[in-house]
Design a protein around this ligand. Structure first.
Ligand code: CA
Length: 223
């Protein structure tokens, strides 16, 4: 899952970037509202963590512009302004959730998991498809009831596919989930991780749709 972090406070931004990366998100960090809009035009993000008080362009304006373009990705706002009015303005401008500074990193990642789950149309916290279950809170993956150990990238790739079972993701879309700016991307890494996942989960869980991409079947065990 690739997250855009918009925070002008260097210390807080750095701590959030480190914390989110430890939770296996690919994180791009920008420090003002204009850069946030540029990043949102160019990148395919699963969610945005957006500070409201930003240089160059206010967080509320970034949010309003995003929603005016009918972009539905989840936005969690961060505010130091501990007044009810600011939170109401943020939610009315299209935020999905908010945290008031100072907050706990564990609470931020839990709220992000909930937002990503809802954005994927899943109500249960544990994702389940094709005989595989994936728990985003514990990052535990089971196949036919047995725990499977995955590397961070393998997990991120499977998580992206299981977020919306039945929906195919292209190699480019999967790369967007796996890598932040500045990460080196090999030419066939997605194929390599798919190969590793098939070795660990069996060959039928992730299907290849020729010319389209990869998909995890919606329900049931593969034949
Ligand atoms: Ca700020």
């Amino acid at each position: 899952m690739r997250i855009l972090l918009v925070e002008d406070d260097a210390l807080l931004g750095d701590a959030l970037q480190v914390g989110l990366r430890q939770a296996d998100y690919a994180v791009d960090w920008v420090r003002d509202g204009i850069s946030a809009e540029t990043a949102l035009r160019a990148g395919d993000y699963a969610a945005v963590v957006l500070d409201l008080g930003l240089p160059r362009l206010d967080g509320l304006d970034v949010l309003r512009h995003l929603r005016a373009k009918k972009k539905t990705l989840p936005v969690l706002i961060l505010t130091a302004r501990d007044t009810v009015d600011d939170r109401i303005r943020g939610l009315d401008a299209g935020a999905d959730d908010y945290l008031v500074k100072p907050f706990d990193l564990g609470e931020l990642t839990a709220r992000l998991r909930a937002l990503l789950r809802r954005a994927g149309g899943q109500s249960s916290p544990v994702l389940s498809a094709a005989g595989v279950t994936l728990d985003p809170a514990t990052r535990r993956v089971e196949c036919d009831g047995k725990q499977v150990e995955l590397s961070a990238k393998e997990y991120a790739l499977l998580h992206a596919l299981m977020q919306q079972p039945g929906r195919a993701l292209s190699r480019a879309q999967l790369e967007q989930h796996l890598y932040a700016w500045g990460d080196e991307i090999g030419s066939n890494t997605v194929e390599v991780y798919i190969h590793h996942l098939r070795r660990k989960l069996g060959t039928d869980v992730i299907r290849t749709l020729r010319g389209i991409g990869y998909v995890v079947a919606k329900t049931g065990n593969p034949p």
